[in-house]
Ligand binder design. Structure first.
Ligand SMILES: [Zn+2]
Length: 603
């Protein structure tokens, strides 16, 4: 359904967010600039739910939910964005029609309907004689009947036309069923032939946070391949943005302040079955930053729990990079044997929780990995491995703490460790405080991380002070922004600006009703403090980015010089002079910018 922008704006302008929310949050009271009350989205005794009349937004510092008036209605009334516009319109006596004139017809809703029909079909199958094999397979694996019901687990029969027949009978849209990966098709003598995509598999429906089925994971019961067949990505389902079990785990994560991330569907189910309910899993991939940010909205602590095998350990090391940039307390643990499901079955909840509670901070975990693999290795090599980890730590006091620890662990004097560490840093050239460049000549990983952070910071500032966009669209191109969410929000702001429309963070929520874009905007609301001089803050970020790019440029030219010198061909000298001039130019710009930077008054 497409509601004209003008109508949305009429509804928004008429609705005073503090008035609307007061209907749902009777405790809401004015305090200073804002209204504060008890959050309707999580249990709390002291109010952390804030409404800003000035910005027309709300934000909860407890569960990190936030948005504009439509977001609030869609969340509390469990409506889609267009539905919440209609709902609010009704509340205020404004008639809302879509551009075609109809009141409500959303393609997204049809997709949800088709998925829902498929889920109920699969669930009927597992309870029928055709699904007897599947349910006894699940029971043998240790999954209780209550969990089968709870997680809506189903069965796709070993037939080509079971779901197809059901869809034909119930008049489901076949094109959408194809797009959702429920059916497949082949062209036969001029006509299209449809058939079931999931066959003889146990089906795990995947839900979004609002408890809507958005995809399915189908697992073979014997030795077939692939072991898991998932729904393809669609407008409804972005694998990287979804966590299995979050619909059930969410309230437990909020009340315990902690989320446990395991590797697979069965592990989530096994934990819930054992009464550990703050557990989720990514969907067959390594944890993504979007998923971490999603969890960080509900809790302060994330435990990454990995299987005993080495694939699990490698996955955990990759995940550590992902949690690094999110302000959340992440810790890591590896099970001594099995996966969580089998571990709990064999050793019980108490032992399982002991491992969860002994999870290590990322730095400790990585140091321990290096030490665990040190047997039979050259001592210097081990030391270098440990130093590389310490070198990445941001704070000096923390670095110092870990150097002391290394000295104790290796039984080497603290002074010797410290002076060796100094030499190590000098040698590997950590001038710009980014990861060592020897193994990664362009410093690519470090570059991406720095830029992602800086670009996010810049766009967050723009969201809070939209008047800066005028400057920013000259300084930055949308496709040069490293972070996809920041780039999308930036692009939207630029578009609104050039159309001469009003920009505000409240309005931006209209264009990002869910997914990682919404999370990005919510994070902007989390920073409620005022910046005295936003223009100066912007300039500082801009200069930092420029300085960084210049430093990278200089490094690249130096690398070229090194290569040219090593190669030693005839026109080397001319080239060298040119390269040196380039470096000279960049160095001057660097000096100019960095002296300028220290003259900006940010406060
Ligand atoms: Zn809350």
């Amino acid at each position: 359904m497409a509601i004209p922008k003008e109508t949305i704006d009429i509804v928004r302008d008429r609705a005073q967010i503090q008035e609307i929310i007061k209907k749902y949050v009777p405790t809401l009271q004015k305090k200073g600039r804002n209204y504060i009350g008890l959050c309707p989205f999580h249990k709390e005794k002291t109010p952390s739910f804030n409404v800003s009349a000035e910005k027309q937004t709300f934000y909860c510092f407890g569960c990190h939910t936030g948005g504009n008036v439509f977001t609030f209605i869609s969340k509390i009334e469990r409506l889609s964005f267009p539905e919440s516009v209609v709902f609010l319109g009704n509340m205020l006596g404004i008639e809302v029609r879509d551009e075609k004139g109809g009141i409500h017809d959303d393609k997204l809703d049809i997709r949800k309907k088709v998925n829902l029909a498929a889920m109920s079909f699969y669930r009927n199958m597992i309870n029928s004689p055709r699904g007897a094999g599947a349910s006894s397979y699940l029971r043998e694996r240790g999954i209780e009947d209550a969990s089968i019901k709870d997680f809506m687990i189903g069965y796709a029969p070993d037939e080509w036309g079971a779901l197809t027949g059901y869809f034909r009978k119930t008049g489901m849209n076949f094109d959408i069923a194809l797009e959702l990966g429920l059916l497949s098709s082949s062209a036969k003598s001029g006509s299209t032939h449809y058939y079931d995509r999931f066959r003889d598999r146990v089906i795990f429906p995947i839900f979004n946070r609002n408890n809507e089925v958005i995809a399915f994971g189908g697992r073979v019961m014997g030795g077939g391949e692939p072991k898991y067949l998932n729904s393809p990505e669609s407008e409804l389902f972005r694998k990287r943005n979804v966590l299995y079990g979050l619909n059930k785990a969410r309230e437990h994560i909020v009340s315990l302040g902690r989320a446990i991330v395991v590797e697979g569907y069965l592990d989530v189910i096994g934990c819930h079955q054992a009464g550990i309910k703050n557990v989720v899993a990514p969907l067959g991939t390594a944890l993504t930053e979007v998923q971490v940010r999603l969890l960080a909205r509900f809790c302060r602590e994330i435990i990454l729990l990995f299987d005993a095998d080495s694939a699990g350990i490698n996955a955990s090391l990759r995940s550590l990079d992902v949690v690094k940039d999110v302000s959340v307390d992440a810790r890591v643990a590896v099970l001594p044997e099995d996966d969580p499901f089998d571990f709990i079955r064999k050793r019980g909840v108490r032992e399982f929780m002991a491992i969860v509670d002994s999870a290590l901070k990322p730095v400790d975990f990585r140091l321990e990995r290096v030490l665990a693999e040190s047997v039979g290795r050259d001592r210097l090599e081990v030391l270098r491995g440990l130093f590389a980890i310490v070198a990445e730590i941001e704070y000096e006091s923390e670095k110092s703490h870990y150097l002391k620890k290394i000295s104790t662990l290796l039984k080497i004097g603290e002074n010797e460790i410290r002076s060796d560490f100094k030499r190590f840093i000098g040698k590997d050239g950590l001038r710009f405080n980014t990861p060592a460049t020897t193994s990664d000549p362009g410093g690519n990983q470090g570059k991406i991380q720095f830029l992602v952070r800086a670009h996010r910071e810049m766009v967050e500032l723009l969201c809070r002070y939209p008047e800066l966009i005028e400057k920013a669209i000259i300084d930055f191109a949308e496709n040069a922004i490293e972070d996809p969410d920041a780039a999308a929000v930036f692009g939207k702001m630029a578009e609104l600006f050039s159309a001469g429309e009003r920009i505000s963070v409240d309005r931006l929520f209209d264009f990002f009703p869910d997914g990682s874009g919404k999370i990005f905007l919510e994070n902007c609301l989390a920073r409620d403090y005022r910046i005295e001089n936003p223009a100066a803050a912007y300039t500082e970020i801009y200069i930092n980015i420029r300085l960084y790019m210049i430093e990278r440029g200089i490094e690249r030219y130096k690398e070229k010089i090194r290569k040219a010198q090593a190669g030693g061909n005839a026109d080397t000298n001319a080239n060298l002079t040119e390269l040196e001039i380039e470096i000279e130019i960049l160095t001057r710009e660097w000096e100019k910018l960095s002296s300028y930077k220290y003259n900006i008054q940010t406060v």
